[in-house]
Write a protein of this length. Structure first.
Lengths: 454, 125
């Protein structure tokens, strides 16, 4: 039975590079997917592109391709990435230069763009479409219309398949869904299409993509297995060996550290899964509640019986809009009476803010070491702790007010109880809020092209 | 019956999608999974978080992997990009739920302890 081997090389902008290089060097993967885009990343990249039309892609992609391509080219490993971000065409041009400068040709670079729907929002709205906010149910997109900085649809595997058929060795896309980076090559290799005949197979590909797409998070990262992860500092990234029947074995780079077992698969299967019966992706809807997980041998886990439904008629779209600023500050208090000192200081800052008439959308006080992470669900502390931190943060409408918040927290450094300790000031940051919504599939004008290096 | 913490019965991991936090609770045995279904309710979980969860709580059973997916709507201060929470993406919410106290049979608590030891022993190199 035909088998295809795919690996995950990156889960976010800033992920570790070495495990991806090691995967290419040591394993027999045919494809490596590199996801670089989180929900906020598109808004940041759009801002970079507004400042400089030649930017707006993930800048790391250049040094990464310089490291990856000399390894992947001789072995025929194909790379699929969404590092194109807000400017996939320019990213393609830059990667082409890398290929030329390093004499790695002949090589074909597929470029996928057109996920940016910002230019068509009014047009789609005029056709009677409501951009209902999936989190809040709000329908009034006009309330944020003049603050929108980015609107990108999560597109599926269609054009990845097309460019692989055209002979692409590297594919640089914009906001292609993380998942499609893995569904695309599987559909291409096995000849699966979007007809009903292959619905189960595509659901399996989506499930496999979901399991490996967060790189080290299924091989011992963020894991309940942290105590038993082998040489975790040499963590290997995940590899899926997928057979034509829609089953798979999940493993990792040979001779690497980390761990793949029943539990790392389970914890990742549920990770960021809001409804496990309906895991909606642009290429289909997977059901995680029937599949079977079985350990075959150390660091090899077989997944079978994956299924789901056909792809939805809509595409998820993230609209990012400017929504004020955050000012924050940190200060730490030593034993004795550390928590009492922190509370005294929280009161001091509240009184200061009151007398300064600062208007907040929200003010938050956290006691680090006491309740910063578990909030109200944390039990009351009744012993004299070694040290306690105070974190003061506020969201404001204007930069000026956020700066006043930040600045006033630094005054507490020298106006508070004895022993108060501080580091360096933090910066005020702008808030890009997200309005997650759906758009009709046909409203998204995705397109692709092939850049050839002889 | 005896009081125990969910921590002793399940592994857990959490993450975010916008303002929604979801927590996977992976029962250490099948009996514990059955116990979770009988014991956990949307109300008791919302109560445990004492006001941190503004929206509905939904519990999805995953019988194939002895796990439940606990979904906390409107629980992350508006979502990662605008929240004032230090833990913007809700990664620590899993252990916040593991603090929940439940009444269980002594035999189930013993089973959980033995299962945990066996799992860790199995994977120790």
């Amino acid at each position: 039975m035909k088998k295809v081997t795919i690996g995950s090389g990156s889960a976010f902008w800033g992920d570790m590079l070495e495990p991806a290089v090691e995967m290419a060097e040591r394993s027999n993967v045919q494809y490596i997917g590199f996801d670089h885009l989180a929900e906020l990343t598109m808004a940041l990249l759009n801002r970079m592109k507004t400042k400089d039309p030649m930017k707006g892609y993930i800048p790391d992609i250049i040094p990464w391709m310089e490291k990856m391509l000399p390894v992947t080219k001789p072995k025929g490993i194909k790379i699929i990435t969404n590092a194109g971000g807000a400017n996939p065409i320019q990213a393609g041009v830059e990667v082409k230069k890398v290929v030329q400068n390093m004499n790695l040709g002949p090589m074909n670079i597929g470029v996928i763009s057109g996920d940016d729907i910002l230019p068509y929002i009014d047009e789609i709205q005029a056709q009677g479409w409501k951009f209902t906010n999936m989190d809040t149910g709000e329908e009034d997109i006009d309330s944020i219309r003049d603050k929108i900085v980015a609107a990108n649809a999560y597109i599926g595997a269609d054009l990845i398949i097309e460019e692989l058929q055209n002979g692409a060795d590297v594919i640089i896309a914009g906001r292609v869904s993380d998942n499609a980076l893995y569904v695309g090559p599987l559909m291409h290799e096995f000849g699966w299409d979007f007809t009903e005949k292959y619905t189960q197979k595509i659901a399996a590909a989506i499930t496999i993509g979901h399991i490996i797409e967060c790189s080290g998070c299924v091989t011992g990262g963020m894991s309940n297995m942290w105590r038993v992860s082998e040489r975790p500092w040499e963590i290997g990234f995940p590899i899926a060996e997928v057979t034509e029947d829609g089953n798979a074995v999940i493993t990792k780079t040979p001779d690497s550290g980390g761990i793949v077992n029943e539990w790392t698969i389970k914890e990742h299967l549920i990770y960021e899964t809001v409804d496990p019966n309906n895991y909606k992706m642009p290429d289909g809807i997977a059901d995680f509640t029937a599949l079977t997980i079985k350990e075959e041998e150390r660091n090899r886990v077989r997944i079978t019986n994956m299924n789901g439904q056909k792809r939805p008629d809509t595409l998820k779209t993230c609209i990012g809009y400017r929504d004020g600023f955050i000012g924050e500050g940190l200060i730490f208090f030593p034993w004795p009476d550390a928590l009492e000192k922190a509370k005294w200081s929280a009161n001091w800052i509240r009184e200061r803010f009151k007398s300064m008439n600062i208007e907040f959308d929200e003010l938050r006080i956290d006691y680090i070491g006491v309740n910063m992470l578990h909030g109200e669900s944390a039990p009351v502390v009744d012993k004299d702790l070694n040290e306690v931190g105070l974190r003061i943060s506020a969201r404001t409408k204007t930069w000026k007010e956020a700066e006043l918040v930040r600045r006033e927290t630094t005054h507490l450094w020298t106006m508070g109880p004895v022993g108060s300790s501080f580091g360096v000031p933090l910066n005020v940051r702008p808030v890009i809020a997200l309005w997650p919504t759906l758009v009709p599939r046909e409203a998204v004008k995705a397109q692709s092209q092939l850049l050839e290096v002889k | 019956m005896a009081k125990t913490l969910l921590k002793d019965l399940v592994f857990a991991r959490s993450g975010d999608k916008g303002d929604v936090c979801n927590i996977g609770l992976m029962a250490k045995t099948r009996n514990i999974y059955d116990f979770l279904l009988d014991t956990l309710t949307a109300e008791s979980i919302k109560e445990h978080f004492k006001g941190m969860v503004k929206g509905d709580v939904i519990i999805y059973p995953m019988p194939n992997i002895n796990s439940v997916d606990v979904v906390l709507n409107r629980s992350l201060g508006g979502g990662a990009t605008c929240t004032l929470r230090f833990d913007q993406t809700g990664k620590s919410m899993c252990s916040a739920l593991q603090r929940m106290e439940v009444d269980a049979d002594e035999s189930l608590i013993k089973e959980a302890m033995e299962a945990d030891e066996a799992i860790m022993k199995k994977y120790t190199v």
